[in-house]
Write a protein that binds this ligand. Structure first.
Ligand code: F6R
Length: 241
């Protein structure tokens, strides 16, 4: 895993946006993998600015998001669908039919996961995948556990994650207890991965991720097996690396 340590959140966001722009410049019909959460907001802002300045064209791009709460309607303000349109898609020229997120509103969650995995395969997989990391080492919603799933699946969120995500909801009780998430296999199939990590709260997990050990208790540690991962951190998250 390559790592790049930047001064602060702004520098991390700018570099992340530049890496995505570069991907689109080299392959205009790229399949991009996107993430939600607090970390990528700055990067999306930079991508919107680059689009408005005529520097990047999303018209041929396809996007797949990592995950969605379940059950969750698209119109809910805390749905990841809403988040992506609010922070990025509504402000750029990506085509609606080229945007994919797991369907949190599906009656049959497992069927929705299977369909999502199938669509991902039909599109030839992800060229550049954006990742964040949970304080507990999760990537997408692959939570620490004894056995990891390969494909898109339904997952019960851990108390840690419910606690961490409660900040986006009116109350902790409003956080959905389940999610649909790409599996570790779906993520590891991406041709290139960029992970953005900022803030002091992530310092301990960053240390574990780079420890040289691989364990399903720190799902992000599996990324050590991927041939092309760049981790972009701010000095706070990097700690004593
Ligand atoms: C969301 C996702 C999650 C977040 C992680 C970090 O799509 O995949 O794994 O990346 O929970 O979230 P923030 O950026 O809010 O610290």
């Amino acid at each position: 895993m390559k790592r790049i340590i930047c001064k602060d959140y702004n520098e991390v966001s700018r570099l992340g946006a530049f890496m995505f722009a570069q991907q689109i410049w080299s392959k205009p019909d790229s399949v991009l993998g996107f993430a939600t959460g607090g970390t990528p907001v700055g990067m999306y802002r930079y991508l919107v600015d680059m689009y408005k300045d005529g520097m990047v064209d999303f018209s041929a791009v396809t996007t797949f998001n990592l995950d969605e709460y379940y059950p969750m309607s698209k119109s809910h303000k805390q749905s990841y669908d809403y988040f992506m349109w609010d922070n990025l898609f509504s402000h750029i020229n990506v085509k609606r039919e080229n945007v994919f997120l797991p369907n949190g509103g599906a009656a049959d969650a497992q069927k929705a996961c299977d369909e999502y995995e199938h669509k991902l395969t039909l599109h030839g997989g992800v060229d550049l995948q954006l990742l964040g990391i949970g304080n507990n080492g999760h990537i997408a919603f692959n939570e620490p556990c004894d056995e990891l799933h390969v494909k898109t699946h339904v997952i019960e969120l851990t108390e840690d994650t419910i606690e961490a995500n409660a900040r986006f909801f009116d109350s902790r009780d409003d956080v959905p207890r389940k999610a649909l998430t790409m599996g570790l296999g779906s993520i590891m199939k991406a041709r290139r991965i960029v992970m953005l990590i900022t803030g002091k709260a992530k310092t301990p997990v960053v240390k574990q991720m780079f420890s040289g050990m691989i364990t399903p208790q720190i799902p992000a540690s599996l990324l050590q097996l991927h041939p092309d991962v760049t981790v972009v951190l701010d000095t706070e998250a990097a700690g004593e690396l």
